[in-house]
Design a protein around this ligand. Sequence first.
Ligand code: GLU
Length: 489
Amino acid sequence: MSTTVAKKVKVRFAPSPTGDLHVGNIRTALFDWAYARHTGGTFLFRIEDTDTTRVTDEYINAAIDTLKWLGLDWDEGPEVGGENGPYLQSQRLDIYAHWAAKFIEQKDAYHCYCTPEELEAVREAQRAANVAPGYNGHCRDLTADQIAEYKGLGRGAVVRMRMPDGSTTFNDLIRGEMAFDHKFVPDFVMVRADGSPLYTLAVAVDDVLMKVTHVLRGEDLLSSTPRQIRVYQAMGLAIEDYPVFAHLPFVMGADNAKLSKRNGEVSIAWYRDKGFLPEAICNYLALLGWSPGEDRENVTMKELCELFTVEKVNSSPARFDMKKLEAINGDKIRALTIDEFLTWALPFLIKAGVITGAPEEIALVKRALPIIQERIIMFSEVPAMLNFLFVKNFEVATDSLSKVIDSAAKEVLKRALKELEPISDWTHSSIEAALRASLIDEMGLKPRIAFGAVRIATTGSTISPPLFESMELLGKEASLARISGALTL
Ligand code: GLU
């Protein structure tokens, strides 16, 4: 009787940080992480930085920081280490060189001396003959004399993997059986003439050596899979040990083109600067290709880990919807406690120069936050909403008021001042009662007109948090001083 022991899942996120991580990268990282957490497996984080001209230390550090900020903690990788390190490919070059040499020795790979001009001529001929483009196998079986001749000419050589005739099939967990005819998968370069490895070699060697069991990644990498499987074969890996693939659907912009800088905001750093919560970003990205079911749109990180399975990922492209992300962010902001809200909002207020961070300022912000919590969708809106409470020289701000405060508005303000002066308990309800009785009931004004004038005079803006609460927070002295100031305009 044979028993199969299910292997412990190990998933990896392996970006090449050539810029800030973007929405597509993070959706992949999130699904990798959620699958690892759902299965009780391992989440491995590897930096694919063999293209040193495009991957910089700054981007690597930013990638690490972004994952941490999002709460996507990894069990193996940069900073935390692990038994399969190093986790930066630039520190593993000798490993790739070892395997490339072995593949040549086994005759799975060979040196190719073709020049770029010769390769271009081959492509040209293929185009003319209307056949699939690709390497024609010219250097597959060079004789010793031919090699000596090329070397004598001072030609450099790349290393190419030999693709046998036939095809590669594999079962994609999202797409089902995938078959690639090798007619369309020509012998591919895996080491450049300068000895540096290419992606296909490094990614496959690392997935094997790091014992990755599941490769969940973007659909754009689907066509590289038969080449990676070819590397597994050359490494002598048994078929049952090949990682299982799951290619996640593309993320499209509203215009149905692939999401990019051109048709949407893709950089996670941008969302962070705008004041989106990491949990809202993860919640929204989780819905791009996956669903918790029952038409639900709000999931916590914990629920995501409980519910996420690859089988439920859809193969059709997902469309990025900024409005939905904003709505989810607004919901998550409303669910924060005031102390949590304060912690998130303070850096935005300090950065915008609204407050310096003094204790009395923080105390006032804390009192003000409940009145704006219902009203914002991102933290970057907080400074403009609360600025009126802290603006030192309100005369400057009232400069612009002269345009809005006309003589009719002045009548309103005069009356408001008269009614507000005697109030001794300066609360939003006594302010409201006094203003309603006089301006609305007695003067017969429309609330929009009456309160609009008072709003501009006290907060300097036509959009502000609820008026009476704002005036309570501002205090009696400052409120009356501002209304008096407006009357002099
Ligand atoms: N480093 C590759 C990239 O950023 C992804 C590797 C993979 O997931 O296979 O495009």
